[in-house]
Design a protein around this ligand. Structure first.
Ligand code: URA
Length: 264
């Protein structure tokens, strides 16, 4: 058997062990930088060995329009509490009429890693918390497999309100909501963003690419590294893809110079 086949088998077995059962290896904690000047001190140097199989992609070429939501480097300086308060009273799109609770997102205020999903579902809408339903439980396992806990990362969505019947976000909804996510990225200042699914990746990158073209690449997002991977809901429906997601998460771990968790 060749090396490629062995790697595919190893990833499949590891992913099954990591995402498929409740008992997971306990890993190291992400070192949280004290201030922005130390934020990247534990990052591997840029000339580290290449991360396989991902390759770095330049930022999408998006013509800067008046309504573009990509901003210059200046921070808005809003706190996560301010952003959540603004989300709570937002009426910028019709989703405010059908939501139960707004779901701003939650996690470590200075996380080095931010996960971005699509939109709240039923459970999230009821609880006001991102990724707490079945997809959230799988995301928790994925995070644990990386040797981390949910408290050490930040978890947010493109939309802060649930679309009725969990339909996909409409472009005008994503556009109306996007400034909240940009403010959260400013506030948390993560080094790596892991986009969960095509909606998250394409909205962030202003692309409209299929997932098979997005995966396996590292994108630049306003000076941060963005790694797309499959959405946990998709993995629940297509468990045979877990190995690819595990491979993506290992890329994230390498970017953050996180050690491989050891089974305890
Ligand atoms: N799916 C998402 O994209 N986000 C959530 O918060 C829950 C499910």
């Amino acid at each position: 058997m060749d090396a490629k086949t062995w790697r595919a088998i190893r990833l499949a077995v590891e992913a099954e062990a990591a995402f498929g059962i409740d008992v997971l290896p306990k890993g190291p904690k992400i070192p949280v930088p004290v201030d922005s000047s130390t934020a990247s001190s534990s990052l591997a140097p840029l000339n580290d060995p290449p991360i396989s199989p991902a390759k770095v992609e330049p930022r999408a070429q998006v013509a800067p329009a008046a309504d573009t939501l990509l901003r210059d480097a200046s921070s808005t300086g809003k706190s996560l509490e301010d952003i959540a308060a603004a989300v709570a009273t937002c009426e910028a799109c019709s989703l405010c009429e059908t939501r139960t609770k707004t779901v701003p997102g939650q996690g470590h205020a200075k996380a080095r890693l931010m996960f971005v999903g699509e939109a709240p579902g039923y459970n999230e809408d009821q609880e006001g918390l991102a990724f707490v339903g079945p997809a959230g439980q799988l995301l928790t396992k994925m995070i644990k497999a990386m040797g981390l806990s949910r408290d050490e990362v930040f978890i947010a969505n493109i939309l802060k309100c649930r679309p009725p019947e969990n339909r996909v976000p409409r472009p005008e909804e994503a556009q109306a909501c996007f400034h909240f996510l940009l403010d959260q990225i400013d506030a948390v200042n993560p080094e790596v963003i892991c986009a969960l699914g095509g909606q998250a990746a394409n909205n962030l990158l202003k692309r409209s690419d299929p997932m098979y073209q997005l995966r396996g690449k590292i994108f630049d997002f306003e000076g941060r590294q963005l790694v797309p991977t499959y959405h946990p809901s998709y993995l629940l429906r297509s468990p045979h893809e877990k190995a690819k997601a595990w491979s993506d998460l290992q890329v994230v771990m390498k970017l953050l110079a996180l050690p491989t968790p050891k089974a305890s």
